[in-house]
Every structure is written in structure tokens, then in C-alpha cells.
Ligand binder design. Structure first.
Ligand SMILES: Nc1nc2c(c(=O)[nH]1)N[C@H]1C(S)=C(S)[C@@H](COP(=O)(O)O)O[C@H]1N2
Ligand SMILES: [Mo]
Length: 430
């Protein structure tokens, strides 16, 4: 056991210039109280991130079809997948908005927590016992995993799919590695953290150094320039600033303009009925006006009784229905409800012989390249009366960028399942 008795600052300690020496670390802020407060915030916050992250993955319906599955080798990690519901219609807007907004908001807390324990990463000897070695390895996975998850998440959200395709496996497996280390760490540390926060309430600056100070407290601290409480306010203020410049991405109108950290540089949606957030434009997706014209475009439906081809004019003569649904992207941004109008997916299923229980459907776009040109929808999504092949939005024809001539909208589903520029729909169990 290491001697944990506190030592007053004495000149006998070596003036070390190496981070492996406790004397190297001089900030008087480091200590069990500061680390414990941040740790307890992360305990709650990261648990929310993990759960909403798993939900986001389930919302893709990866168990349904290979086209939806971005991590085909997930193996046992897919144990919890379930049929993503269609109620309430804002479900994914909420879970993914929370995931991304919370993730960004927690960055200052994570950085402050890592800063507060950095002397421990350098402490020598590297391992005092087998148990201590295990604890340190779990710490490396914890710190590495946390940085990896936050960095990949932020890059994906800010830089618009920096690693298309590979983001999902990276972020998904990274989350499991990290979470295993996180659970181990939380189980080991939470009781002490709660004790530290309780015990030191009211005596933060006085007797704290006499309490289980361990390796955190600097043996020869510099004079303080800010109190611990002041430092926490600073971290909290930074989080609040990030929250205030991120949360707006989940709303329309002036609020979206407060989202300074939302991805920009995309197409300007302009104003009017089609004036809401655009992800990929028609030009980006390589959709030419010649393929979407009334003469050229046909919707090809295939099902039990064969194949049916419909022009847009013919679709408009089928029974049309309306549904107020948002677009909610995995990147965390979402729109408020838009008024979509079109043909029910279950009515299209009935046209090709599935009049009783509609089956799953594979939806394919005119788009020839890109990961999001096809998606599979589950039977429960096809059956929902609000699930539409939309032809109009907010009373007007879809604009080219929002998917003209026709796009999918499904309640509670991630944006990526709302395929634009639909060309083919194949009904049947996938
Ligand atoms: N064909 C096609 N459909 C697509 C996409 C795409 O890249 N290609 N992007 C999807 C994603 S990720 C989102 S969030 C929504 C965005 O729809 P919007 O641009 O109309 O807001 O469209 C979805 N449909
Ligand atoms: Mo998206």
C-alpha cells in the first residue's frame, strides 16, 4: 500500500520536471472533490449517451436487412435489437436530439475530468499488483474510448460524414469497448465519489487535503488563482455555451440560426413550403431533371402478384392522405412537423397483392451511388397509416432537393430511412 498520509509542502521534495513525479503537477484545483463532482455528472450523462446511442442503432432496423446494417459483424452486440416503433411520431427526433446535444454539451465536463486525473496516468510504478494493473488497463480503455467516441461523434456531426460507412462500426464498437471500461470504473469509483462529494460539502478548501487525497492532490500546489467552485462554474459555463449553440438544430425558424455548431455549408433551403433543412441536394445525389420528368419517371412496385408501374399523375389519382411528421437526422438536427401528402405505403402494398398484413419493403432511389440510396422498412412501419410515399409537402409539390417526384416519410424513423427520389419498392419479407 502506498502511504496516503498527507504531506505539507516541504522543500525536501525533489523539484521534478518529469510528469511521473507528483511534484510536477501543481494545480491546487486537483483533488477528490473536483474529480468526484465531474465524475458523477459523467456517470449520468454518459449513461444517457450510451442508451440513446443504442436506441439510434436500433432505429435503423439493422436486424431487418443487409442494406440497413452498417455493422454486419455485430454478432452478440445485436442482442437487444427490436422492431422500432412508429409512436410517438417524434421519438427519434427526441432520442437523437438528446444524444447529439448531450454529447456536445458534455465535452467540457469530459475534458475537465480528464485534466483532473491526468497525474494518475503518469504515476509510477505502472502497476503495484495484478489488480492495480487491471485497473490501469481499464483506465486506458476508458480514457481512450471516451476520447474516441466524442471525437468520432463530433466529426460525423460537424463534418458531415467524414467517414461514410465506416462511422457506424467505429462509433458502435467503440461504444461497447468504452462502456465495458466505464461500467468497471463506475462500479469501482462511484461509492467513493459520492462519499467525497458529501464529506467535502462545506469544507472544500480547508480539510479536504486531509481526506483520502490519494494521487490527485498536488503535494506542492501553486497558489490558487480560482476556487474549485469557480472552476466548476467555468466548466458549467462552457457546457452551457455549447448547449446554447447546439440545441437549436432540433428546431425550425430563428432557433435554428442559434445553432452555430450545426453543420453548415449545405444547400440553403430558402423559404416557402419547401423551405426546411436539406440534407443531400438533388445535384449532390446526381439526380437529373430528365429522369424525374412526368414522361420519364415511373414508380416500379413489386410484390406477391407481380409488378406495377405508376406515373406521378397516376399516383396523384390514388387516395391521398396527410401526415404531420418531422425529418430527424442521425446528425442530431431535426425539423418540426411538416405536412406531407401522398399515398399510404400500405395502399401501395395492396396494389401488388398484400392487402391483408403488409410485409417489409425494400425502397430504392434513382440515386446510383451513396450509402443512403436504399433502405428497408419493417412491416409495422409499412402498416402505419401515417407512413406515406409523399408527393407534396406543406401543400406544394416536393422540391427536387426534398425528393421530387416522391419520397418516403415514416413516423418516428431516422431521416436516413426517409428515402428521397424513390424509383422502386419491393414488398415481401426481407
Ligand atoms: N436517396 C436519398 N435519400 C435520402 C438521403 C440520401 O442521401 N439519398 N439522405 C437521407 C437522410 S440521412 C436524411 S436526414 C433525410 C433528409 O431529408 P431532407 O433533405 O428532405 O431534409 O433524407 C434521407 N433520404
Ligand atoms: Mo440523416
Amino acid at each position: 500500500m502506498r502511504d496516503h498520509t498527507p504531506r505539507p509542502p516541504t522543500p525536501r521534495l525533489p523539484t521534478s520536471r518529469l510528469p511521473t513525479s507528483p511534484g510536477f503537477w501543481r494545480s491546487p484545483l486537483r483533488g477528490p472533490w473536483f474529480t468526484s463532482v465531474l465524475g458523477l455528472v459523467l456517470l449520468v450523462g454518459i449513461t444517457v449517451l450510451f442508451v440513446t446511442g443504442l436506441l439510434s442503432y436500433a432505429a435503423y432496423n439493422p436486424g431487418l436487412a443487409p442494406v440497413n446494417d452498417k455493422t454486419p459483424d455485430k454478432g452478440l452486440f445485436g442482442f437487444y435489437l427490436f422492431a422500432w416503433p412508429t409512436h410517438p411520431h417524434w421519438l427519434y427526433r427526441l432520442t437523437q436530439g438528446v444524444h447529439v446535444t448531450f454529447g456536445i454539451t458534455l465535452i467540457p465536463v469530459l475534458l475537465a475530468k480528464l485534466w483532473s486525473v491526468v497525474p494518475k496516468l503518469f504515476a509510477l510504478p505502472p502497476a503495484r499488483s495484478a489488480a492495480h494493473a487491471l485497473e490501469r488497463i481499464s483506465l486506458l480503455l476508458l480514457v481512450g474510448g471516451a476520447l474516441f467516441e466524442f471525437v468520432t461523434g463530433v466529426l460525423n456531426v460537424q463534418l458531415d460524414y467524414l467517414f461514410p460507412g465506416s462511422f457506424y462500426p467505429l462509433h458502435f464498437y467503440g461504444a461497447w469497448v468504452f462502456f465495458a471500461a466505464f461500467v468497471t470504473h463506475a462500479a469501482l469509483k462511484t461509492p467513493a465519489a459520492v462519499r467525497n462529494v458529501r464529506r467535502m460539502r462545506g469544507e472544500r478548501d480547508g480539510r479536504e487535503r486531509q481526506e483520502a487525497a490519494g494521487e490527485l492532490v498536488a503535494p506542492r500546489p501553486d497558489p490558487p488563482t480560482v476556487s474549485r467552485r469557480g472552476a466548476l462554474w467555468f466548466v458549467g459555463g462552457a457546457s452551457l455555451l455549447l448547449w446554447g449553440t447546439t440545441a437549436g438544430r432540433s428546431f425550425d425558424g430563428p432557433l435554428r440560426r442559434t445553432a452555430l455548431l450545426a453543420p453548415h455549408g449545405g444547400a440553403d433551403p430558402g423559404s416557402g413550403p419547401n423551405g426546411f433543412q436539406i440534407n443531400k441536394t438533388a445535384a449532390y445525389a446526381g439526380i437529373a431533371a430528365t429522369e424525374t420528368s412526368e414522361d420519364a419517371w415511373r414508380l416500379v412496385l413489386t410484390g406477391r402478384t407481380g409488378t406495377v408501374r405508376l406515373s406521378r399523375a397516376e399516383l396523384l389519382r390514388l387516395p391521398l392522405h396527410s401526415a404531420a411528421l418531422p425529418i430527424a437526422c442521425v446528425e442530431g438536427w431535426s425539423t418540426s412537423d411538416q405536412w406531407w401528402r401522398g399515398v399510404r405505403l400500405r395502399d401501395l402494398a395492396a396494389l401488388v397483392g398484400h392487402d391483408e398484413e403488409p410485409p417489409d419493403v425494400l425502397v430504392e432511389s434513382l440515386q446510383r451511388h451513396g450509402a443512403f440510396r436504399r433502405a428497408a422498412l419493417r412491416a409495422n412501419q409499412v402498416a402505419d397509416p401515417r407512413s406515406l410515399l409523399a408527393l407534396l409537402v406543406n401543400g406544394e409539390d416536393l422540391s427536387p432537393d426534398h425528393g421530387y417526384p416522391a419520397r418516403i416519410v415514416v413516423p418516428a424513423a431516422p431521416g436516413v430511412l426517409n428515402t428521397k427520389w424513390v424509383a422502386r419498392m419491393t414488398f415481401g419479407d426481407l
